[in-house]
Design a protein around this ligand. Sequence first.
Ligand code: HPA
Length: 271
Amino acid sequence: MDSISQAASFVRSVLKERRPIVGIVLGSGLGKLSESIGDRVEIPYKYIPGFPVSTAIGHKGAFVAGTLGGKYVLAMQGRIHSYEGYPMEMVVLPARVMAALGIRYFFVSNAAGGVNYDFRIGDLVILRDHISMIPNPLIGPNRDELGPRFPDMTRPYDPALIALAKKVAEAKGISLREGVYLADTGPCYETPAEYSFYRTVGADAVGMSTVPEVIAMRHAGIPVFGMSVITNEAHDDYAEDFENNGDEVIAAADLAADRMTALFAGMIEAL
Ligand code: HPA
């Protein structure tokens, strides 16, 4: 058995007859969503055979299964980033395990820097597209049982899920932005010139994750909904003592987590 099926059969044995419909990735500081999952079963990554353990701050490192919006979901509380030194295949392993478990939708979230001048700390941004500045997780021999050699990426983020998000947000009075997410390797935050470069090439938000998992799920033909929470703003005129700081990123994400939870739960309820 390969690492995907080995890990999937372990998780399946813990969940027994329950099958997740939606896979959710909780980005830095967004783990609070898991508190809204009912009848929770927590599976720490360290017990799952072959699983990488996330070392990033604000990432707990466990699958949390249970009910959200009336459906059975499986959330990743903590993801793996390539800057932690893991190969791309490891970065996308948890998402591929969710796919092997039969999820029909993939919801992914992240903390991101706002490079669009209009974005403010705390904004929720629907991802409508992305730009990748990191290696593609599909590089290497294609595994035909997972998906095609040359996956289409015309609609990386599902238009129907985007429309649903807008409808649910309006009903709940949650304001949303929309934009293009750019992934770079990290772990440094960007220089002012890099933020400016990313803005120039069409990015609205920048982070160090998400794109590998989105690619792996689109490869598998699973519809994706993506959301960034803006945790810091890229400016041209920083105060003399300004610094980007990981703890502040986590704190800003935490403040937005309840709004994101309400949105995800409302969307899942409508699926
Ligand atoms: N850059 C990259 N990743 C991030 C940022 C940022 O400004 N904020 C939160 N994650």
